[in-house]
Design a protein around this ligand. Structure first.
Ligand SMILES: *Cc1c(COP(=O)(O)O)cnc(C)c1O
Length: 364
C-alpha cells in the first residue's frame, strides 16, 4: 500500500510495510504461540539489544503510551518514605513532576531552561540542595527541543550514592546506544512507537531485577502496577494481566527483528545521525537556523527557529503535507520553533527530498 505521507514526528513515526503487515493476523492472548513465541521473545530481545544479562536485568511490558510507563515506574518505585529528585529541562521532565504531584510523592523538581543541559554539575548541586534523595529521575532525549542530556556524566555523580536511577529514554532507546548496566541505570522506560520503530500501544520498562522485585505492594494503581504485571509475565511466560494489544505486540516483534537486521542500535544510531546531518545542512541552505547548538543536539528530533517574524507555520505545514511530509509544531515556551523528527523508517534520501520541497515552498 502506498504511503499517505512520511511522518517526520517523534512517534508515532513512519514504520516499514513489514511492521504494518505483522498486524494482519489475530492472536489469542492465552495461547503459548503468542505468549512464549512473541511476548517472551520480545522481552529477551530487548535485553539482548541493550546488551544486558537476563539474570541481572528484566523487562516488563505495559499497555498504554509512554507516559503510562513513566507514571507506572514512579508510582511503583518510589515509596512514601522515599525522596525523589527530578531535574527537568523540557515538557517531559516536567511531566514527571506532574506525576509525582498526582501521586503525592515526596519530591523535588529542579526546572532548568529548555535549552540548558542537565549537566553533572547541575545534578551534583541539586543533590546537595536536596539532602536525603533516594531516587533520581531524568529524561535522556528531551523531545521538547531535541536536546540530549549527558547521562554518562550524570552517572559519575550518582555512582556510589545508593540512589535509584530512573531514566525516561522514551525517544532514545533503540536509536542511541545506552550502556544501562555500565551507567548504573535501575529503571529505563521507552515505548513501542519510538526508535524501535513499532506502532503505538504499549510501553516497556527495562529494570534491574532486584529493584523491580522491591516494588512489590508499592503501586498506587492496579492497572499501572509494573510489579504485578512483571510477576504475571514471569509466571505466565509472557502473559499480560489484562487484554494485551496483540497486533501492536506482533508489530513490535517484527520491528525488533528489523532493528537486528539493520545491525542493532549502533547501526540505527548511525543512520539517524546521517538523517540529521542531511536535514540540518539542507535546512540551513534554505535559510533556517536550529534552536540548539550542535553539542546539545540529539539526532532524534531538531527544533528550527521561525525564519522571520510573521512566518506562518500553519501554511508551511500544509504546503509540506501536500508534498508528502508531515512535521511537528514547536513545544518550546520562549521561542517560535517547529520540529522535524529524523527517526523511523526514514533515510537520508527522504531528507534530501524534504529539503527540496522546503526550498520550493520558500522560493530559494
Ligand atoms: C514520547 C515521549 C514520552 C511519552 O509520551 P506519550 O505521548 O505518552 O507516548 C515521554 N517522554 C519522552 C521524552 C518522549 O519523547
Amino acid at each position: 500500500m502506498e504511503r499517505n505521507y512520511l511522518l517526520l514526528t517523534p512517534g508515532p513515526l513512519s514504520t516499514s510495510a513489514s511492521v504494518k503487515e505483522a498486524m494482519l493476523q489475530d492472536w489469542c492472548t492465552w495461547d503459548k504461540d503468542y505468549n512464549e513465541g512473541v511476548v517472551e521473545v520480545i522481552r529477551w530481545k530487548l535485553l539482548e539489544a541493550a546488551g544486558l544479562d537476563g539474570r541481572e536485568y528484566t523487562t516488563v511490558l505495559l499497555q498504554g503510551s509512554g507516559t503510562y510507563g513513566v507514571e507506572a515506574t514512579l508510582g511503583a518505585a518510589v515509596r512514601p518514605e522515599d525522596k525523589l529528585l527530578i531535574v527537568a529541562n523540557g515538557a517531559y521532565g516536567k511531566r514527571m513532576g506532574t506525576i509525582a504531584e498526582y501521586y503525592h510523592l515526596n519530591y523535588a523538581l529542579v526546572n532548568l531552561k529548555e535549552t540548558e543541559l542537565v549537566t553533572p554539575e547541575v545534578v551534583e548541586r541539586a543533590l546537595e540542595e536536596h539532602p536525603g534523595v533516594t531516587h533520581f529521575a531524568v529524561v535522556h532525549s528531551e523531545t521538547t527541543t531535541g536536546l540530549l542530556n549527558p547521562i554518562e556524566g550524570i552517572a559519575e555523580v550518582l555512582r556510589g550514592r545508593g540512589v535509584t536511577w530512573i531514566v525516561d529514554a522514551m525517544s532514545s532507546f533503540g536509536g542511541i546506544p545506552i550502556d544501562i548496566k555500565g551507567l548504573g541505570i535501575d529503571f529505563l522506560i521507552s515505548s513501542a512507537n519510538k526508535c524501535v520503530q513499532g506502532v503505538p500501544g504499549f510501553t516497556f520498562v527495562i529494570a534491574r531485577r532486584e529493584k523491580l522485585a522491591a516494588c512489590k505492594g508499592v503501586a498506587r494503581s492496579l492497572s499501572l502496577d509494573i510489579y504485578a504485571q512483571w510477576e504475571e509475565m514471569e509466571r505466565g511466560h509472557g502473559k499480560w494481566r489484562f487484554t494485551s494489544p496483540t497486533h501492536v505486540v506482533r508489530a513490535f516483534a517484527q520491528a525488533l527483528k528489523e532493528l537486528e537486521e539493520e545491525g542493532g542500535i549502533a547501526a540505527r544510531h548511525a543512520r539517524y545521525c546521517r538523517n540529521h546531518e542531511v536535514l540540518v545542512e539542507g535546512m540551513e541552505g534554505a535559510g533556517f537556523r536550529t534552536l540548539l547548538t550542535p553539542e546539545k543536539q540529539s539526532p532524534i528530533i531538531t527544533s528550527f527557529l521561525y525564519p522571520e517574524a510573521g512566518f506562518s507555520f500553519g501554511d508551511f505545514y500544509e504546503a509540506l503535507k501536500r508534498r508528502g511530509f508531515v512535521i511537528y509544531p514547536g513545544k518550546v515556551s520562549d521561542a517560535d520553533t517547529f520540529r522535524i523528527g529524523t527517526i523511523g523508517d526514514v533515510y537520508p534520501e527522504d531528507f534530501r527530498r524534504l529539503v527540496e520541497a522546503v526550498k520550493e515552498i520558500r522560493g530559494v
